[in-house]
Design a binder for this molecule. Sequence first.
Ligand code: SAM
Length: 452
Amino acid sequence: MRFDLVTIFPDYFHALDFSLMGKAQETGLLDVVVHDLRDWTEDAHRTVDDSPYGGGAGMVMRPDVWGRCLDDVLAVGPGAAPRLRRVLAIPTPSGVPLTQRIAEDLAGANQIVVACGRYEGIDQRVADRYRQDEVEVLEFSIGDYVLNGGEVAALVLTEAVGRLLEGVVGNPESLVEESHGEEGLLEYPEFTRPRCWRELDVPEVLLGGNHAEIARWRRDQSLIRTAHRRPDLVAELEATHLDIHDREVLVGAGKILVPRRADVVIGLARSDEAGALARLAADTFPMACPPQLGETDIADFIGVHLSESEFTRMLADPDDHRILVARVKARDGGEDLIGYTVTVLGGPDGMPTEMVRPGRLELGAAYLSKCYVRAEWHGSGVSGALLERAVVDVEARARNSQIALGTNIANKRARTFYRRHGFSVVGRRTFEVGSVANIDDVLVRKVTPVVG
Ligand code: SAM
């Protein structure tokens, strides 16, 4: 591929003689030719600019000088044969943002001519005129800020496109997992030796050699980073490319993609939210009940255990009752609670231990007594994100080394969900709803208390 860089400061482009770009030129993968625009001027002062029509500050680059230059440069390039692809790239802060997709597309061109503006830029007719020829014209920006000239942008374009040409980057694998790849995610954080530097450790998972775990961790980090740093990229993500684990991770980072895009915040319930929690609990509890349970029994249970006064009691006791909620912006501008968890860290509400295999449930295990999400948000990843946050919350309180829960034996969906989150069945319990004693599976997951 040939790059023709046209500028009034040719020395600027010595930067391309170094490193991979320098090597690519030496080996003939890349042909970079720098031109001094002033060579196409016709006056003694080698003038390239003039004052703007309509008035205003600054000077504008003259189209006649650019025209003579570009006619020559485009003629000498391989683009002289009409079937070859020639691109005239004009850096300007008012251009389309340069992206990896554009760089990938340009890597298929035969000749790219970059017209570096200075002053207030180049007379608009230059772009408009060449667009009428068999030249693709790309007015591009490298960011929402203003530089003094187009040379830096030309360097950026040359390197972004040049490194994609076959053979330029030694190990093509290293191009595969980079930021702005096909999926539109940012790259995960990278680490190297030393293992501990200024009291900062390399994440444990990267040291174990478990490739599946490392791949999962890296993908999680990519998703989290993208959500935090580039919400604009999350808005572009294709939801169908994300599995339920991906969606849970994104929800944990504040972004819901399905069933509709929304910002979500997971955090401790506020003391004034007892009423909203009771309504959410009454709406969601029936979904997990087995079909044999009558409406009256369910209503009785809700009236006693999920009432506003019961939530008021739990909210007043945050040492033992941890209530997390997921909030999204409501259509009226307020907030909607769409899911919640209740975890009991100890005391009389703790997990009943009858019918559990001996030794499998520790005395004093934290008890996840509720984990519910409104039906319309099922599949969004909110329940998994809430559950993982509840686990982190238990670990941070450092009182328990297990978290336990019960779920009706007929509720396969719940069992699969908890298993996916590291829980395993350790036995059964009876769970009374109204007048009916139901059989629940008891599931347990280890937690690592955070000490210090
Ligand atoms: N008057 C122009 C405007 O407000 O859009 C700014 C001109 S700027 C001072 C001079 C030259 O710097 C431009 O013609 C362009 O070549 C280059 N330039 C400045 N900022 C740029 C950016 N963000 N992306 C690409 N080129 C830029």
